[in-house]
Design a protein around this ligand. Structure first.
Ligand SMILES: Nc1ncnc2c1ncn2[C@@H]1O[C@H](COP(=O)(O)OS(=O)(=O)O)[C@@H](OP(=O)(O)O)[C@H]1O
Ligand SMILES: [Mg+2]
Ligand SMILES: [Mg+2]
Ligand SMILES: [Mg+2]
Length: 399
């Protein structure tokens, strides 16, 4: 038995009230708010704590928040009007939509513009290869239109429209190899493209690496309810959807609504008894062995059925305690990419959780575009981790 979260009509989206919230504090008082027309202030207590811990990535976090929020706006527009022609298949046979390309172009453009004096490095999922083909002409035209409309909807910026060639070049800024030196942005413009196409969960996932470590992460989850996803039934519920998770190293994780409500600090579940824990796994069985998760859950005595959710929305939901465990076991030989986990990983870690591979090692984002890990990914709170790792390792041995 399992719970599949989603299956909502494509028309269910968040209406963004673009001008709804204007920060009332000055920039010098709260650098976290820099140039964010669609932002709202984190609680004062939070700002004070951040100041004590570290101020060093505040500007980058503000830029990431703006970039991911604008990209989410583009994605919501496309998901509402999803047409068959908006979907293409990449050479690795995964679907990619105009929204994946458009969101990557928007984020890449905003980030590079925000920090003109530092070398720009972006490790991102998409590239312009297929878009440069003759048969993609119309698609490229549509993406360029979407990108320009989205950038123009940001009332704080005054830029001239991008040409189709500008868009291709901007997408290809994401070809960086990352690595252990310097700073690199890491972007999944739409994580959970299959969920996006179904009208279910997806996320715009953006992180910053500094010397190989994730130092900030933003997850925009346009279809995630502001209340717990486990109790959420889109067919009967009128709960508001659209969440933004923001995390900075040593400064905690905050969640706000995508339309700009006040940010609140979030914490992972405090559950210590595995029998009371519920767990998340991929919606797509091809992405993670549901059988292995089920045998682990049985060993732990977990009673609740797994919640199957697309994308890094799982990390966001776990960071606020909707569920206590996230298990991911791709088929042998599958290489995990850093953009599928960087933002989610810091969102959970700063909310008090732990993310490791099946061997209990922390994820290493310093190796380039891929993660080099032992068997799978395991996420939970500090108290449950030892028992969970034992059950994971025993189940893998028995397989
Ligand atoms: N075979 C296989 N095994 C494991 N993982 C794979 C596989 N194929 C794809 N992917 C990656 O999974 C990303 C989607 O994340 P999830 O598995 O969490 O969500 S979902 O259940 O697929 O909806 C998805 O991210 P996006 O491509 O950004 O959607 C992929 O990077
Ligand atoms: Mg993909
Ligand atoms: Mg992905
Ligand atoms: Mg993607």
């Amino acid at each position: 038995m399992s719970t599949s979260i989603g299956h909502s009509p494509l028309t269910r989206g968040v209406l963004l009230h673009i001008n709804a919230t204007t920060p009332t504090h000055s920039k010098s008082q709260f650098p976290f708010l820099l140039s964010l027309s669609i932002a709202s202030a984190p609680p004062l207590r939070a700002v004070g704590r951040r100041a004590a811990a570290s101020m060093s990535y505040d500007k980058q976090l503000a830029a990431a928040k703006k970039a991911a929020s604008l990209a989410a706006r583009l994605c919501q527009k496309v998901q509402k009007a999803l047409l068959q022609s908006d979907v293409q298949t990449k050479s690795d046979r995964t679907p990619v939509t105009v929204a994946d390309y458009g969101a990557q172009a928007v984020v890449s453009f905003i980030l590079e513009k925000q920090f003109p004096s530092v070398p720009f490095s972006l490790v991102a999922e998409e590239d312009s290869g297929d878009l440069r083909k003759e048969e993609s002409r119309e698609t490229l035209h549509r993406i360029t239109e979407l990108v320009n409309e989205t950038l123009a909807s940001d009332e704080t910026s005054d830029i001239s429209p991008l040409s189709e060639e500008d868009v291709l070049i901007t997408i290809d800024k994401g070809k960086s190899e990352g690595g252990p030196h310097g700073q690199h942005w890491v972007l999944d413009p739409i994580d959970g493209t299959k969920g996006f196409l179904r009208g279910d969960q997806y996320a715009i996932a953006l992180a910053l690496l500094d010397k190989g470590k994730v130092v900030l992460g933003v997850l925009a989850c346009p279809n995630l309810p502001l209340t717990s996803i486990v109790r959420y039934d889109p067919s009967i519920s009128d709960d508001k959807v659209g969440c933004l998770f923001l995390a900075q190293v040593n400064a905690g994780t905050y969640m706000q609504s995508l339309d700009g409500s006040l940010a609140t600090k979030v914490h992972v579940s405090a559950i210590e008894n595995p029998e009371e824990a519920s767990f998340f796994e991929s919606f797509e069985a091809a992405h993670s062995s549901h059988d292995l998760s089920s045998s682990i859950a049985k060993k732990l005595g977990v009673k609740a059925p797994p919640a199957r959710i697309d994308s890094q929305a799982k990390y966001g939901a776990l960071s606020r305690g909707d569920g206590a465990i996230y298990l991911r076991f791709p088929r042998k030989g599958y290489r995990e990419k850093i953009w599928d986990h960087a933002a989610g990983c810091i969102v959970v870690a700063e909310a008090g959780g732990i993310v490791t591979d099946a061997g209990g090692n922390p994820l290493d984002f310093s190796k380039g575009r891929y993660l080099d890990l032992d068997t799978g990914i395991v996420v939970t709170n500090q108290k449950l981790m030892p028992k969970l790792l034992k059950a994971v390792q025993d189940s893998i041995k028995e397989k």
